[in-house]
Unconditional design. Structure first.
Length: 408
């Protein structure tokens, strides 16, 4: 493992993740405080997810060009757009900026995931996913904590300037990153649709990736609004302050970090159906529990345990995904899998936010968590969700999907 490359990657990952968590925290809190409308909070999150519909196209770009160059160029663009967003004086204009920023965020997410898979050898995928999810949750831990303190003392323009600076620092850190050049030697025009069709056939012929697709649908359909409604739950249902909302998100991140650390000790034993189903079951049950308690400390304890269990399952899922995907089409496959759940996520966010305003956020969590759990069990018992510890690779010669020869 190249220590310089690995350090540069994780530093740039952490900085870009922190920039996103910080600007999202500031934006959703300001919108909800200004309007008190859960639907608008859900709309901001929906705008974040909507560009994932086009993730296969980002994946083709990531597969075709140098991953670190894609990351740097997009990060610079996102940083500049965030900076301009700080000068927007109206809510519609801020939503407009956020919409375009979200396309860059989706491109960055695809490039970062592929860079991790390229950096680490096959057996390093578990530790690599532990590393990136630890970095992600350090960002989720620190950003709400810092944002909860600064949002009451600094003007919005300064907060957006700070968020933009993290992306520019990520670009500087990535200058020390030098991945092996796996860009195709031929410079034929990019055939986006052909590569996306190949990726779709690849996913359809891969039992592990199909399993992830079924699980993605279940979670997206019933719990797409989960994160966007945390602000409504803490501030409206529990009646807590901005700082306590930031603390709520921080505790979730501490739970996630705890889960990632536990997962690092489990290693390859993680990749089992029992671990994944158990972790997701506990998370769904915890969301149901939020619908029946009005105690802030109890909610914190519940979400800490829930996040720890969920991240053990998430690292297992990500490791299965990485070991199941051929590197030459990795970006497009990741983008395709991400795009599958995007429409469900967007619809769930908007409907869930509307239902929260009409019937109460606690009822949305209770019903959504119950339906997600029941549908997951139905998929498992129907035999639609199976995971193999070793997946037969796929040969992509001539654009055809077929088992690779010589696999043992």
């Amino acid at each position: 493992m190249d220590r310089k490359n690995t350090t540069a990657f994780f530093v740039s990952y952490l900085l870009s993740a922190f920039g996103y968590e910080f600007v999202f925290f500031v934006s959703i809190l300001q919108i909800f405080k200004a309007t008190g409308n859960p639907l608008l909070a859900g709309l901001l999150t929906a705008f974040t997810v909507l560009p994932k519909l086009f993730s296969p196209f980002y994946g083709v770009i990531t597969d075709r060009f140098r991953k670190e160059s894609v990351f740097r160029t997009t990060s610079v663009a996102v940083g500049l757009l965030i900076l301009l967003m700080g000068f927007a004086n109206s809510l519609p204009l801020r939503f407009c900026f956020w919409f375009f920023i979200s396309f860059g965020l989706a491109m960055i997410a695809n490039a970062r995931t592929v860079m991790m898979a390229e950096l680490l050898p096959n057996r390093g995928y578990v530790n690599g996913n532990v590393g990136i999810l630890l970095s992600l949750n350090v960002a989720k831990f620190l950003a709400p904590l810092l944002g909860g303190v600064l949002v009451s003392h600094l003007p919005a323009r300064t907060l957006y300037f700070l968020a933009a600076s993290f992306y520019l620092l990520a670009v500087l850190a990535s200058r020390f990153l030098d991945l092996a050049d796996r860009v195709r030697a031929d410079r034929e025009p990019i055939d986006f649709m052909q590569q996306i069709r190949t990726a779709l056939r690849y996913v359809a012929g891969n039992s592990n990736l199909m399993a992830l697709r079924y699980l993605l649908w279940t979670k997206a359909l019933f719990l797409g609004s989960q994160v966007s409604l945390y602000v409504v739950y803490v501030k409206s249902y529990l009646g807590e302050s901005d700082f306590r909302y930031g603390l709520f998100l921080t505790v979730i991140s501490v739970g996630s970090i705890t889960g990632a650390i536990i997962a690092s000790f489990l290693g390859l034993r993680l990749r089992s159906l029992k671990v994944i189903v158990a972790g997701l079951t506990f998370q769904y049950a915890a969301l149901v529990g939020l619908g029946f308690i009005r105690s802030y400390p109890a909610a914190l304890a519940l979400m800490f345990a829930s996040s720890a269990c969920f991240y053990i399952a998430a690292i297992a899922l990500h490791s299965v995904r990485d070991t199941s995907t051929e590197h030459s089409i990795r970006g497009t496959v990741y983008g395709t899998v991400s795009a599958i759940g995007a429409p469900l996520n967007v619809g769930s966010m908007l409907v869930g936010s509307w239902l929260a305003g009409r019937y109460g956020v606690e009822k949305v969590y209770a019903v959504g968590g119950t339906l997600a759990m029941l549908s997951m069990f139905a998929i498992v018992f129907a035999g639609k969700f199976t995971i193999q510890h070793e997946t037969e690779p796929v040969d992509l010669q001539d654009g055809e999907v077929r088992p690779a020869r010589g696999w043992t």
